[in-house]
Design a protein around this ligand. Structure first.
Ligand code: C2E
Ligand code: CA
Ligand code: CA
Length: 857
């Protein structure tokens, strides 16, 4: 396209009209010159013709005068050299013979228009005169008004040769042709010549204006007349004629001027033609200039449109170079004929390597490019873009969007052109977003959304496949402690690792989804018997029980699994999830690291739990809570030093319920706060009934440490009961410190400031490092009762007890052993130097009255 633009750029719009103008001016000048030359030539020709005509006139005038002279010469000769005339006019003048018988004289005027006929004798007398046809007595000299004697003499001299004298004379200013001849007897032998000089016959032909004109007309000469001035004798169309006596005269005529006629006739025509040509030229010039201007204008507009085209080309080029897309053109066989510069940048392939090769060799589209194109030409309405892919030079697969257009020529489709946009990132981003919406960010496992569709698809396919679907609801045991002990980052790592292990155990077609927290749902197909499911559960639990190595620490967790199956239990996704959850709850309730199949009665238990929840709300206002107190004894003195408050619920239908069946519900529902307040109040009030040295200990839930205005409630219980703070002991589990350690520390310090005692409950079950004991302001610790089980015959357990006691001693803590059920246990504890003991062997939890009674004993 560029050369076209260049050529148009080269066009100078201005030079166009000026060139036309110059050409037309040149033509006009040529025409003018032509006209001038033609005119000059015409004038030349005309003057030539005029000259010719003048020459001719002169010739004819000469001819006319000469003819007149010849005529008079012949006539005078005829009469003079005639014997009869000699006899009758010289020898004897016989006027009768001459005039009356008309032999010589009267007929000469009408026949020849000789005005004068004279005979002059030897003495010079006129012997016979006929003037204008009438006999006259006038003398020749008198009539001619001049001396003609010399001419008479000359005529006599020439008589011998019979040669008359002929010439012009001016008579009264008028030319007259005179002819003189001496009368001779001629050839007549009968007449004898007489002595003496002969008489002379004189003919006068007066050339008056009329006669001159007629003479001229005979020879085609107009207006032959006598010229007035001799000075102008040189003037053309004039003839100077000599006279016999010397004075010349001038004959003039109106010359025929054919040249002038030519000029008169042609010149106006030529002028007219010139004017017409000039007009036409002017019009042409005007039109040509207008046309040229229009052409200029159109050229300039063309140029403008061309520069617009050039600008758009430049724009196209810029866009083509700047865009991430590359532009291509092919022939009808899809062989590449053009590739924009971006091609190389985007694909990494060399342009030259691909030009001439088929486009579909580079880019593959679903179904093939050629097939798509032919289908598209059939349905013109079909879309003109499609997705394809190609390998970049670095081997990476790129996804691209094709935009296509036919290139139409006269013979139909001559090729194709289009744009290829790289949409790899877009597609990847879309895939990422889609993945994110369906997957859990932390573990990369499918999330609840993905699970939902997967489950529904599987369930709807169930009637066709006939393959049962197993849903496993997995919950990690002790995972909360991992989070609390090692922080969330470690917890996240463990969750990631758990996901990996679960995935590895399952097959590809199965699904592992994370439901949030430490809950997972597994959907497994291809197994049907309970035995197979059991084996799977065992593998899963075993897999999770493998220690997790994080930051050089081994972390142990377990898993509980609830199993529900479709179609055995239900075919509805919602119900299946709920049943698996119920089974999980069962499994958790059944102890750690176990699984449980859903059973119909579990559903009833769940409803029971819900019922219990509702009942607990009523319990407080209905005064259904009861307080039990379990004494604590000093090992050395065997005296009761404290009593632990343990809550019971006197359920109207279910009877007396222990804390294990409702504390968890109270914690999840938030009812723990008013419940705990009630225990605090009641316990402090009870303690006020005891003797002053006896301490009352109250269990606190970790939930209360996070919210629930604990400090204020403790103050209020102390104030309301009047119990000295030193007589109140609060039992906390280590999880209190693992959550928000700083907050817990502040709260514990506040409580210590109140003056209450703090002891760590269930010591040894969690992960708390012993350093917590140093850092937190505890007054005592209570060894968990699980250590008591094999205490009497296990040296290891005894060693642990001894170590804990040693630690307590070092930190000035009162060490209490819980769950002492036998004398042996008590004996070991004594040997281990344990401070205090609590357990069924010593006293079971009892109602306040029973304790009071015990104290009285
Ligand atoms: P705990 O704090 O460890 O309480 C001691 C539990 O051990 C009591 O069970 C008690 O009956 C039991 N026990 C005492 N001596 C023996 C023994 O020799 N052998 C056996 N096997 N068990 C013995 P209880 O009353 O069922 O309480 C269970 C748990 O409920 C308590 O464990 C405590 O954590 C919680 N709890 C009880 N009352 C309250 C309360 O008012 N508030 C809060 N937050 N938790 C409470
Ligand atoms: Ca306790
Ligand atoms: Ca305990």
């Amino acid at each position: 396209m560029a050369p076209v633009v260049e050529s148009f750029r080269a066009l100078d719009a201005q030079s166009n009209s000026s060139a036309t103008r110059k050409t037309l001016l040149f033509i006009s000048a040529l025409l003018v010159i032509l006209f001038v030359v033609a005119s000059v030539a015409l004038v030349q020709i005309a003057s030539q013709q005029n000259k010719q005509a003048i020459k001719q006139g002169l010739f004819y005038v000469e001819k006319a005068t000469q003819a007149r002279q010849k005529s008079i010469l012949a006539t005078v000769g005829d009469y003079a050299f005639w014997g009869e005339a000699y006899r009758h006019l010289h020898v004897q003048v016989d006027t009768d013979w001459a005039y009356k018988r008309q032999n010589l004289g009267p007929s000469l005027f009408p026949d020849f228009a000789y005005e004068g006929v004279f005979v002059v004798d030897a003495g010079g007398h006129t012997t016979y005169a006929v003037v204008e046809g009438q006999q006259s007595s006038v003398g020749a000299q008198q009539w001619l008004m001049q001396d003609i004697q010399p001419l008479i003499e000359q005529a006599r001299k020439q008589a011998e040769d019979e040669e008359p004298v002929v010439g012009f004379l001016l008579v009264g200013g008028q030319p007259a042709l005179v002819a003189l001849a001496a009368l001779t007897p001629g050839s007549d032998p009968q007449i004898e010549a007489v002595e003496g000089p002969p008489s002379v016959l004189l003919f006068v032909d007066l050339l008056g204006p009329q006669k001159l004109q007629m003479l001229g007309q005979d020879f085609g000469i107009d207006e032959l007349h006598v010229g007035e001035r001799l000075a102008t004798a040189q003037v053309r169309s004039s003839l100077v004629l000599p006279t016999l006596n010397g004075d010349p005269f001038l004959l003039r005529w109106h010359p025929a001027q054919p040249g002038d006629q030519l000029l008169y006739f042609i010149l106006p025509l030529l002028g007219l033609a010139g004017v017409i040509v000039a007009l036409i030229t002017w019009l042409m010039l005007r039109r040509a200039i207008t046309a040229a201007r229009e052409m200029d204008a159109s050229y300039s507009s063309l140029y403008a449109s061309q520069s617009a085209l050039a600008a758009s080309e430049a724009r196209f080029r810029d866009v083509a170079e700047a865009a991430s897309d590359w532009i291509w053109e092919t022939d009808a066989q899809l062989r590449l004929t053009y590739l924009s510069a971006r091609f190389q940048v985007v694909t990494g392939h060399a342009e030259s390597a691909w030009l001439g090769r088929p486009l579909d060799e580079l880019v593959s589209c679903p179904g093939g490019l050629q097939a798509w194109l032919s289908k598209r030409s059939l349905h013109s309405s079909s879309k003109d873009s499609l997705q394809g892919q190609y390998l970049a030079s670095d081997g990476r697969l790129r996804i691209c969007m094709f935009a296509l257009r036919h290139v139409e020529g006269v013979s139909g489709i001559t090729g194709y052109r289009g744009i290829v946009s790289d949409i790899t990132q877009e597609v990847e981003a879309r895939a990422r977003i889609e993945h994110l919406s369906l997957h859990d960010t932390l573990t990369g496992l499918p999330n609840r959304n993905r699970l939902q569709t997967f489950l529904e698809d599987k369930l709807s396919a169930l009637p066709m496949t006939g393959e049962p679907l197993v849903m496993l609801s997995v919950d990690l045991d002790r995972f909360k402690s991992v989070n609390d002990s090692f922080g969330h980052e470690t917890g996240d790592l463990v969750l990631g690792e758990v996901s990996q292990r679960l995935r590895v155990i399952l097959r590809d077609g199965d699904l592992v989804a994370r439901m949030g927290g430490d809950e997972f749902i597994l959907i497994v197909s291809g197994i049907s018997t309970q035995a197979e499911v059991k084996r799977l559960c065992e593998r899963l639990i075993a897999g999770i029980e493998q220690p997790f190595e994080v930051d050089n620490q081994s972390i142990f967790i377990g898993a509980s699994i609830g199993v529900a199956m479709a179609p055995a239990d239900t075919c509805l996704a919602e119900e299946l999830l709920r049943y698996a959850d119920i089974a999980l709850y069962e499994a958790k309730g059944a102890g750690r690291s176990t699984w449980c199949f859903y059973a119909r009665d579990m559903k009833e238990r769940v409803t029971e739990r819900q019922q219990l929840e509702n009942d607990l709300r009523q319990a407080l206002s209905n005064n259904e809570l009861r307080l039990c107190l379990q004494p604590r004894y000093s090992v050395n003195s065997q005296c009761m030093v404290a009593a632990e408050a343990l809550v019971r619920w006197q359920h109207p239908q279910r009877g007396l319920l222990g804390p294990d069946s409702f504390i968890a519900i109270a914690e999840t529902t938030g009812l723990i706060v008013p419940l705990s307040s009630w225990v605090l109040h009641t316990a402090c009030m009870e303690a006020m009934t005891w003797h002053e040295a006896l301490i009352v200990s109250v269990n606190l839930s970790p939930v209360e440490f996070q919210h629930g205005r604990l400090l204020a409630r403790v103050k209020s219980a102390l104030n309301d009961s009047g119990l000295p703070p030193s007589r109140l002991e609060l039992e906390l589990t280590e999880s209190v410190m693992l959550g928000d350690a700083e907050g817990a520390l502040v709260l514990m310090q506040d409580l210590k400031e109140l003056g209450v005692r703090l002891s760590m409950d269930d010591f040894g079950t969690g992960y708390s490092s012993l350093s917590y004991l140093r850092k937190f302001p505890f007054d005592g610790l209570k060894i968990d009762r699980s250590f008591m089980a094999d205490l009497h015959d296990s040296p290891d357990s005894q060693a642990i007890i001894k170590a804990i006691v040693g630690l307590g001693r070092a930190l000035s803590l009162t060490v209490t052993a819980e769950g002492v059920e036998t004398e042996q246990q008590l004996e070991v504890l004594r040997q281990c130097d344990c401070d205090e003991v609590q357990g069924y062997f010593l006293a079971r939890p009892m109602d306040p009255d029973a304790l009071r009674l015990l104290l009285q004993q």
